[in-house]
Structure formats: structure tokens, C-alpha cells
Design a protein around this ligand. Structure first.
Ligand SMILES: Nc1ncnc2c1ncn2[C@@H]1O[C@H](COP(=O)(O)OP(=O)(O)O)[C@@H](O)[C@H]1O
Ligand SMILES: [Mg+2]
Length: 441
């Protein structure tokens, strides 16, 4: 009996020892994980502290807008109706919320299904702790949105702790539409230039912001939205507010997949100007390269080429780049780039004022402001007449009082129409050979 019992005892004892070791290792490991998580939480807290206007403040101030009429109070959050999912990323989820009679807003909160949350749970198995950790990114974004205010940064209308969903911190933002590069590529040059100009104005502001020179580490089109055609930065949690520190010039390398740039390590041991240049090169490779050269007005092409050259090689900083963009805008608005247009081209058309055409047979042109027909922006009726002359299908065009963001007129080109109706805001220009048709109407 004892001979059969002793091996059993040995096995049991062995199993017991294994269990105790496994249990204490697990305990030790979970203690270790807890410590690491606490350290990470502390580090995130430390990271955002310098952004507060007062040294001791670690709570976010009421609303970004203060007495701003746009401000939305947290009490209003309970009455909001969630209408649609606007987008989500590794860290955050954004939904559209309706608050009649005001405009709808975007609510940003932690994405509990995002990669940030998932990775944290895999490492720490602590839902509460992970929620806190990921929330710090949204807190950082809120405080940065409060401190950095610019027409090309999304407007923070308010923020709430433990909002209606009970899902922690919520940022209330003006609503935009996600920036779709494919869609932008098909839009008129004027709109694409607007996006690039907005980006350059934003980067100029960030290079000398109240917090210092800010680098956007995660610089992709999905971090921006459009509000009425204007580009706005919405994702700020990966912004870096300090210039990198260094010991020597070799520490100041900017590395991109196809290019490297080196910078100077200053006496203060920082890579001076590196944040600004990082942003500028990213603007070149993610935006300018796709949006700027294609279909630029012929007379403006040399200036555009110059910008492509100087940003692609980082020959100039953001201030000179902004100047070059503003110069293009000035010329484009003034119409100086059209000085070579034949002025008499308008003589080929009869102007019928106070009417618009009905039953038009439209043809498509590219890139048109309307998918249904050929709608282009023009500086003057002469430019519209010149376009109509160059398009074989065009027999008339209509100019309305609607204008684009640069103040140019919108002209709609047609191949024919059935009749004219009164419309005080519109003038129809008919090619002379077709004018007899109009006299008959
Ligand atoms: N104000 C807004 N209006 C409309 N959509 C938005 C707005 N802010 C963000 N989004 C959309 O939500 C997505 C996720 O937001 P973002 O702040 O980039 O989160 P993450 O840090 O997880 O990337 C964005 O890619 C964008 O498409
Ligand atoms: Mg994002």
C-alpha cells in the first residue's frame, strides 16, 4: 500500500508546488503589470501638465469657448440624439449628435473597440485602468484644442466628464466631413488649392503657437476634416510640443521613406526647426504632391512648381511657403493670370439679363462643380466666353450671383435649352449663331 501511495504523494506534491509557483508568478506578474500601468498613467499625466495655463491645474477648464455663443453645455448632452457614426480611429470614436434648433455637433469619446484599448487590455487585463490610460489621449487633445485656436483647427464647443453614455470624457466639436482624398482629387483646382492653403496657414500657426513649435506626428488625411470646404485639424493626440533634444547634429535626422534631412543641434541641445520642417515635408508628401500641380491655371504653374520644388527639398521654411501661397491666392483672385485672354471674345455672345434657362441640355466637363453638368468658376464673363468658345458642345452659358470662396463667379455651360424664365439673379449668354433662337422666344 505504502509503495503505491508514495508515488501518488510525490505527484500530488509536485502538482501542488507547480500550482503555488504558477499562482505566485501570476500574482507577481499582475503586481508587476499594475505597477507598469500606474507608471504609464503617471507619465501621461506628466505629459499633459505643461499644457495647462496654470502650473497646478490638472482639471480641464469648463468649456473651450467660455462665454462663446457656440459653447454647448454638458447639461445639453443628455437631450442630444445620436444620428450617425462619423468615424473612428485607433483611439477615438466620433458620432454626430443632433441638438435642435442648433447645428448638429460631433461627439468624440474613447473607442472601446480601438487598437489602443485592445493592446492595453492584452497587456494589463485592467478595463478601468485601460479606460483611464486611453482617456488621457482625449484629455490631451481637449487641452490642446483649448490652447491652440485657429480657423484650421476644429472648434471645441465643450467637453464633459461622464457624459450621457457613461463612457467617460466626451469632447463636443463642430461637425465636419471626413477628408476623402479620392473625392478631392476630382474637385476643381480652386478647391484643392484651398485645402493646401488652409494646411499651410495651420502649419505656420503651429510653428509659433502659444505652446511653442508643434509637430504633428501622425500626419495623414484622416486626421483632418472639411467644414464648408475648409480644412480643419481634428486629431491632436499625437502632437508633439517639444523640439527633439540632441547631443550632436547626428541626432537631428528627419527620416522619411524616400528622403532624409539633417538639422543642426543648437547650443541649447535641441534640433532647431525640426518640428516645423517635419510638418512641411509631410504636407508636401501627403497633400501638395496630389492636390496642387494638377490642372493649376497655366499662368500660375511656374509659381506652383516653385512651391513643389522648395517644399519637396525643404529649401524654405513655413513662413516663406505661406508667402508663396498667399501670392498665388492674390493673383488668382485678382485675375492677373488671365491678362492674355482675347477681350473681344464676348462679342460673339448675346446677353439676356434677368432670365435663366430651363430644360437645358447639359454636357459634362471636368472638373465640374456639379456632377450633372458643366459648372466652372470664372473670374469674369470674358473668361466664361473663352471657355465656351473652347468647348465644341457649348452654345450658351449662364452666370449666377453665386460665388466660390475666392469670390469667383460660377458659370454653367449648356449645349442647348428649351426656354427662358424670369430670374433676377441670372444672365444667360447665347452664342450669336444661336441668338436668333432666343429672339423667337
Ligand atoms: N469634428 C468631426 N466631424 C466629423 N468627423 C470627425 C470629426 N472629428 C473626427 N472625425 C472622424 O473621426 C475619425 C476618428 O477621429 P480621430 O480624432 O482621428 O481619432 P483617432 O485618434 O482614434 O485617430 C477621423 O478620422 C475623422 O474621420
Ligand atoms: Mg485619427
Amino acid at each position: 500500500m505504502s509503495s503505491t501511495r508514495s508515488p501518488l504523494c510525490a505527484v500530488a506534491l509536485f502538482a501542488f508546488v507547480v500550482l503555488v509557483v504558477a499562482f505566485s508568478t501570476r500574482n507577481w506578474r499582475s503586481e508587476d503589470a499594475k505597477k507598469t500601468l500606474l507608471e504609464e498613467l503617471r507619465a501621461r499625466q506628466q505629459e499633459i501638465l505643461p499644457f495647462y495655463p496654470t502650473k497646478d491645474g490638472d482639471t480641464l477648464s469648463g468649456t473651450s469657448a467660455g462665454s462663446d455663443v457656440d459653447a454647448v453645455a454638458c447639461s445639453q448632452l443628455a437631450r442630444m440624439q445620436i444620428a450617425a457614426l462619423l468615424g473612428s480611429g485607433y483611439t477615438k470614436t466620433v458620432v454626430q449628435a443632433l441638438l435642435p434648433p442648433g447645428p448638429s455637433v460631433a461627439l468624440k469619446s474613447v473607442n472601446h473597440r480601438g487598437s489602443d484599448m485592445r493592446q492595453c487590455l492584452e497587456q494589463f487585463h485592467d478595463p478601468m485602468g485601460c479606460h483611464q490610460l486611453v482617456s488621457f489621449k482625449l484629455k490631451k487633445e481637449i487641452i490642446l484644442l483649448q490652447r491652440l485656436q485657429h480657423p484650421n483647427i476644429i472648434k471645441l464647443k465643450g467637453h464633459c466628464q461622464d457624459g450621457r453614455t457613461g463612457r467617460g470624457i466626451t469632447a463636443i466639436l463642430e461637425q465636419g466631413t471626413p477628408l476623402e482624398m479620392i473625392q478631392l482629387l476630382q474637385s476643381p483646382w480652386e478647391e484643392r488649392f484651398r485645402v493646401c492653403l488652409g494646411l499651410v496657414r495651420l502649419l505656420h500657426y503651429l510653428s509659433q503657437s502659444p505652446l511653442g513649435s508643434v509637430a504633428l506626428l501622425d500626419f495623414q488625411s484622416r486626421q483632418f476634416v472639411l467644414v464648408d470646404g475648409e480644412l480643419k485639424l481634428t486629431d491632436l493626440d499625437d502632437a508633439n510640443v517639444k523640439e527633439p533634444t540632441c547631443q550632436s547634429d547626428s541626432d537631428c535626422m528627419l527620416q522619411f521613406p524616400l528622403r532624409n534631412f539633417s538639422f543642426h543641434c543648437s547650443e541649447q541641445r535641441i534640433c532647431e526647426g525640426m518640428n516645423e520642417m517635419r510638418n512641411l515635408y509631410n504636407a508636401y508628401r501627403y497633400f501638395f504632391m496630389y492636390l496642387l500641380p494638377h490642372q493649376a491655371p497655366p499662368m500660375l504653374q511656374p509659381l506652383v512648381k516653385e512651391i513643389m520644388n522648395s517644399t519637396g527639398e525643404l529649401k524654405k521654411g513655413i513662413a516663406s511657403t505661406l508667402e508663396a501661397f498667399e501670392e498665388i491666392l492674390h493673383i488668382f483672385k485678382s485675375g492677373h493670370h488671365l491678362e492674355n485672354l482675347p477681350p473681344l471674345v464676348i462679342r460673339d455672345y448675346v446677353a439676356v439679363r434677368g432670365v435663366s434657362s430651363v430644360g437645358s441640355v447639359n454636357y459634362r466637363c471636368w472638373p465640374s462643380y456639379s456632377h450633372q453638368g458643366c459648372v466652372l468658376s470664372v473670374h469674369s464673363v470674358t473668361e466664361a466666353a473663352d471657355i465656351c468658345r473652347s468647348q465644341p458642345q457649348c452654345s450658351s452659358f449662364t452666370v449666377q450671383d453665386q460665388r466660390t470662396w475666392t469670390g469667383r463667379l460660377l458659370a454653367s455651360f449648356q449645349s442647348s435649352f428649351s426656354h427662358l424664365v424670369p430670374d433676377v439673379n441670372s444672365v444667360v449668354y447665347v452664342r450669336k449663331m444661336k441668338a436668333s433662337l432666343v429672339q423667337a422666344l
